[in-house]
Design a protein around this ligand. Structure first.
Ligand SMILES: NC(=O)c1ccc[n+]([C@@H]2O[C@H](COP(=O)([O-])OP(=O)(O)OC[C@H]3O[C@@H](n4cnc5c(N)ncnc54)[C@H](OP(=O)(O)O)[C@@H]3O)[C@@H](O)[C@H]2O)c1
Length: 221
């Protein structure tokens, strides 16, 4: 099972990975080609995102996958957690769109989620956040087009990533089994599948303003 940065690195890119936790970054670095860079960043902070891009040369391709949001019904999810989800997923994307320095011919790819198309009663916030990311992406595709920069999004359904570790092993397997039963493909999304969609969007000169669903048919059922 490979995360997007492994697949991108295997295509010859020099990759710089960034998130909040050094230990996680170090673990990822051990599995990436030598020369891969890493840096701590919290995308909820406008100044951290600005400093991050100010300290780097321009990029060919920027991919934002990092966010952290809590699930819960609109009635019961504490408001501070809902606000934090917005800060992470929407404002993180906004700050990256505002500050990323990208070369002409390059691209910016966000990750949204299928709940933008098909709301989930237990994750109404996630659906709304994913829709804001896709709206931001389409607007930025127009705004950055004169600079020769394309902007897109990949929209996953349930994907086998560490996100689901919070359910514990048993809870995660129950969740995945119920999804496999429901989905037209009878399987859930693998991180590789997301990575390949990101690569497609980053390398296809005709792709801008696009949301690519990688959802095993989840939006249909
Ligand atoms: N997995 C799914 O089933 C699924 C389905 C639909 C949509 N998505 C979306 O796909 C994206 C990627 O999810 P995932 O499954 O890869 O989640 P994940 O396994 O929980 O990984 C999230 C990554 O983002 C980093 N991150 C979290 N908050 C951050 C912040 N404020 N600043 C910088 N980095 C941050 C985390 O590292 P640190 O904690 O060390 O910062 C971690 O590396 C998310 O936007 C998620 O909403 C996922």
């Amino acid at each position: 099972m490979k995360q997007p940065h492994y697949v991108v690195a295997n295509h010859g890119a020099i990759v710089n990975i960034a998130s909040r936790t050094t230990a996680r970054l170090d673990l990822a670095l051990k599995r990436l080609p030598s020369g891969t860079l890493s840096q701590n960043i919290d995308v909820r902070s406008a100044s951290e995102v600005e400093n991050f891009f100010d300290s780097q040369p321009p990029w060919d391709h920027v991919i934002l996958t990092g966010s952290s949001t809590q699930v819960g019904s609109v009635k019961n999810l504490p408001l501070d957690q809902a606000h934090d989800g917005m800060q992470s997923k929407f404002w993180g994307a906004y700050y990256v769109g505002r500050n990323a320095k990208i070369n002409k011919g390059g691209s910016l790819t966000f990750v949204s989620g299928v709940y933008a198309q098909r709301p989930n009663i237990n994750a109404v916030l996630q659906g709304a956040l994913n829709a804001t990311v896709e709206g931001l992406m389409r607007g930025l595709a127009l705004e950055l087009a004169p600079q020769g920069i394309r902007v897109n999004a990949v929209s996953p359904s349930t994907t086998h990533t560490p996100l689901w570790d919070r359910l514990g092993e048993e809870g995660r397997e129950i969740k995945f089994a119920s999804m496999r039963e429901k989905l037209p493909t009878a399987q859930i999304v693998a991180p590789d599948d997301i990575a390949h969609a990101i690569l497609y969007l980053a390398t296809n000169p005709s792709a801008t303003g696009s949301t690519v669903l990688v959802d095993c048919g989840d939006a249909l059922v």
